[in-house]
Design a protein around this ligand. Structure first.
Ligand SMILES: [Zn+2]
Length: 259
């Protein structure tokens, strides 16, 4: 049995709600960046084998020579941390989680990609030559899957193998979110000169290393992906994010004590 009732509804505003801005906002990279929590940052690992000439002194650390076919040793290459120039495996310290959120690749030869967590094969994938793969995870692969209390350090290694008959060029990107649970946010990173392998500890914000090695002196260009809550906000989100600096101050004051 149903009952029909009539009651008054107070009208506020004019017309139907317009959610266009919210929909648009949810789809842009900038807003994904701005939605990162204070204890989160992007970790990006790239590899760009290319026949394009490198022009000293500058280069990106993930740009390498084309990868020859099997059985050459370089038929398999490991992805590079764009912030530091260090080759994977990337180690997540105790108290930290690493979550793979997106894969993107395009190559001119057939390719096999393998992902290893703690030395265990976790993902194997294949792409055809001259196709673009853009894979946005619904259920992300995360170190939290195997260590929900973040009690141990873990390693992530991604490598690509040329399955074609000729040299392979293209780009692979693996985009992760690193999430700190109770350990101190790092303010420095170790970067590696892409020309000679010299390493140096620098502030996180550093995007250019002039190699201090007297035999080198060349320059490597790194990226900087800051912790969430530290990103300068564009005008359109400034109002709704007005609370964020207070929150960030409050939360960051708890660093090192565990949350
Ligand atoms: Zn160098």
């Amino acid at each position: 049995m149903s009952e029909r009732r009539t009651f008054a509804v107070t009208t506020t505003g004019k017309g139907r709600p317009d959610y266009q801005a919210e929909v648009w906002r949810s789809k842009t990279e900038a807003d994904i960046l701005h939605s990162l929590h204070f204890n989160e940052r992007f970790k990006l690992f790239y590899l760009c084998p290319t026949a394009a000439a490198l022009a000293p002194p500058f280069r990106f650390p993930f740009v390498v020579d084309p990868m020859p076919p099997i059985p050459a040793v370089r038929s398999t290459e490991i992805l590079i941390d764009v912030d530091t120039g260090l080759a994977m495996p990337y180690t997540t310290p105790i108290g930290t989680e690493l979550q793979i959120t997106m894969l993107w690749s395009t190559f001119n030869q057939n390719l096999r990609m393998r992902t290893w967590i703690d030395g265990l094969i976790a993902i194997e994938g294949y792409t055809d030559a001259f196709t673009t793969l853009m894979y946005n995870e619904v259920v992300s692969t995360s170190t939290a899957d195997i260590d929900p209390t973040f009690a141990a350090a873990h390693t992530l290694l991604v490598q690509g193998t040329n399955l074609g008959a000729a040299d392979l060029s293209g780009t692979a990107k693996v985009i992760c979110i690193e999430r700190i649970h109770g350990t101190e946010l790092s303010t420095t990173k170790t970067v590696r000169c892409a020309w000679c392998g010299h390493t140096k500890v620098v502030p996180n914000e550093t995007t250019l290393l002039t190699c201090p090695s007297p035999k080198c002196g060349n320059q490597t260009v790194f990226q900087h992906h800051p912790w969430g809550g530290t990103v300068k906000l564009p005008a359109r989100t400034r109002v709704e994010k007005a609370q964020q600096p207070t929150l960030y101050k409050k939360m960051s004051g708890q660093r090192g004590r565990g949350q």
